[in-house]
Write a protein that binds this ligand. Structure first.
Ligand SMILES: [Zn+2]
Length: 210
């Protein structure tokens, strides 16, 4: 509980000025509806007309707007996977803003400039932006597909989004990669099971070690 409160406070500067306004503004502009709190994350859902143009669930800090296909609120595999995926982005924000708090704190302490220190901390919410640029430099635009012809700029944007390291991490952790006892399973679930099995093996070895 205390740890959760600390993690929220670390991200509060970004959540209050960017994340929550992002969701509220999207609703005010008629792009999103169905607001709901998930802990300290403000969530909503793209309206169907906008979801036809923008195919993604999109998270900005603690503001998450789901694609209608994610079936938020129903206990389906897709629902769970997309919620875990978007939650991964919140976790990434917590890490970045902890770093930016340390950096801003050091700058404020050294220079005595609290305002500069605050803005350095605040900027931590945007520290994933360089990932988009690096993704395009590494991978170039998405390949041209004659079945679905798209402009060069659309293919660059898609590549920036899909190939960024924070997206790849979220996909890798939460995408379903196989089946276990008839149920779809993600890497993170397999990872936790493997760790639990290894810990058990280690405890048993310790109990019988000479
Ligand atoms: Zn994502």
């Amino acid at each position: 509980m205390i740890a959760k409160a600390i993690l929220f406070l670390v991200t509060a500067a970004w959540a209050l000025t960017v994340s929550y306004p992002y969701v509220l503004l999207a609703m005010a502009c008629g792009l999103a509806h169905k607001p709901a709190w998930q802990g300290t994350n403000l969530t909503a859902e793209w309206r169907p007309w906008f979801a036809k143009i923008w195919h993604y669930s999109t998270t900005i800090g603690r503001g998450i707007i789901f694609h209608p296909l994610s079936n938020r609120g129903k206990d389906t595999t897709l629902d769970t996977r997309i919620e875990f995926h978007e939650d991964t982005h919140v976790v990434q924000l917590e890490c970045l803003m902890t770093l930016s708090l340390v950096l801003g704190g050091v700058v404020a302490a050294v220079t005595g400039d609290l305002v500069l220190g605050f803005w350095i901390h605040w900027s931590g919410g945007a520290w994933q932006l360089p990932n988009f640029l690096c993704a395009v430099l590494r991978h170039g635009p998405e390949p041209f597909n004659a079945d679905e012809p798209r402009s060069w700029i659309a293919r660059v944007m898609e590549s920036a989004y899909r190939n960024s390291e924070h997206e790849r991490s979220a996909y890798a952790q939460t995408d379903m990669i196989g089946h276990l006892m008839g149920k779809p399973v993600s890497w993170i679930v397999l990872h936790e099971m493997r760790r639990a099995a290894e810990n058990k093996q280690h405890r048993e070895w310790l109990a019988h070690a000479p």
